[in-house]
Design a protein around this ligand. Structure first.
Ligand SMILES: [Zn+2]
Length: 351
């Protein structure tokens, strides 16, 4: 299989093209058809990187106005052909293109949330559904991505449709920055820091020879907040367990001795908290309902501590965007995320 002509470098590039596209005649030795996306009756060959896809131009044009416009353009006499099928070079990442085309052609490949999928699939589809203007597919991918990043404290922790090893979480931040998905960033940063790997923050990570690094400003904030959250924020969230010393409403408070047997239970809770802080448990999970139930204190104390603790968690949650220099509630980016968050719950109710 070989190309019949070379792309004319004098031809102005169209908007779906890029100067990094490689003429097939130079790359055909290494270019390989992607088996599951190589249809013998396909009407269009797309080439990206070292991958070739033989697909249906009409189907792509139906979903994507960009492909529609591309295929309307008259073909020149010396147009590149493979087995009589026109060839179009794209500058896209070949894996992104594979996920994007699979989602368009195979309806089982990328089901709506809560069908499980992968981060790579979501990332590729978000990139290319924006570039090729396939709005419904982009929305589906954003709902999948958003499923890991709840918009309200009550929804935390989330039950996402995808997972990513903690050592690769930096990629989520980079995708959000690349595609301006600001609304996921506060919780994405929080989750990045929950699994501390200082070298990852400082040096980035390398996956199959590809280097991923936070931008300098994000790197600095992440390192700063990894210290501040572990120490000050965690301490503020559990302060209600041991302060104030005299809990108004305590059933066991002895006014003569100015002491309460609940003090011992509250002190014990401090030991538990400090152990959990050493284990790097983060503020949202540091003290939960189960721990309140297990505390050896009277209900008078418990009923005072629980709302105080909840208020501290709410304050921490509301302050997450500011910690990372991000826009908060009410800005367009957050409202877009809220919309997808609502859609995500809405779609969930239909399964
Ligand atoms: Zn008490």
């Amino acid at each position: 299989m070989s190309a019949t002509s070379e792309q004319n470098s004098d031809t102005p590039l169209k908007d779906w093209e890029d100067s990094s596209a490689v003429p097939l005649s130079e790359s055909d030795a290494s270019c390989k058809p992607v088996e599951e996306l190589w249809f013998s009756d396909g009407t269009l060959v797309l080439v990206a990187g070292t991958s070739m896809f033989r697909v249906y131009g009409g189907l792509l044009a139906k979903h994507s106005p960009v492909f529609g416009h591309m295929l309307e353009s008259p073909q020149s006499d010396d147009a590149e052909l493979i087995d009589g099928t026109p060839v179009v070079h794209l500058a896209d990442n070949q894996d992104d293109l594979k996920y994007f085309l699979s989602a368009l052609i195979d309806y089982e490949f990328f089901g709506a949330f809560p069908a499980t999928t992968t981060f790579d699939t979501i990332a590729g589809i978000i990139r290319l559904s924006k570039k090729y203007e396939v709005g419904s597919l982009r929305k589906r991918a954003l709902i999948h991505l958003s499923s890991a990043f709840p918009m309200t404290r009550e929804e935390f922790p989330a039950s996402p449709s995808w997972t990513l090893p903690p050592t690769q979480w930096i990629r989520v931040i980079l995708l959000a920055r690349e595609m301006s998905l600001d609304w996921i960033l506060p919780t994405a940063f929080y989750q990045l820091l929950e699994n501390p790997t200082p070298s990852q923050l400082v040096d980035g990570i390398n996956i199959d020879g590809v280097q991923f690094e936070l931008a300098p400003q994000d790197r600095l904030r992440a390192i700063e907040q990894s210290i501040v959250i572990c120490r000050r924020a965690s301490a503020e969230i559990v302060y209600s367990l041991w302060g104030p010393a005299h809990m108004v409403g305590c059933y066991h408070y002895n006014t003569k001795q100015r002491a309460s047997s609940c003090s011992t239970g509250r002190l014990e809770s401090r030991k538990v908290v400090e152990t959990r802080m050493k284990e790097n448990v983060f503020p949202m999970n540091l003290w939960t309902a189960e721990y309140f139930t297990a505390m050896d204190v009277c209900n008078g104390c418990r009923y005072k501590m629980q709302p105080a603790h909840q208020e501290a968690v709410d304050v921490f949650w509301a302050g997450l965007p500011e910690r990372f220099g991000l826009p908060g509630v009410g800005c367009p980016e957050t409202d877009e995320g809220r919309l997808y968050g609502l859609d995500h719950r809405y779609s969930f109710s239909f399964f």
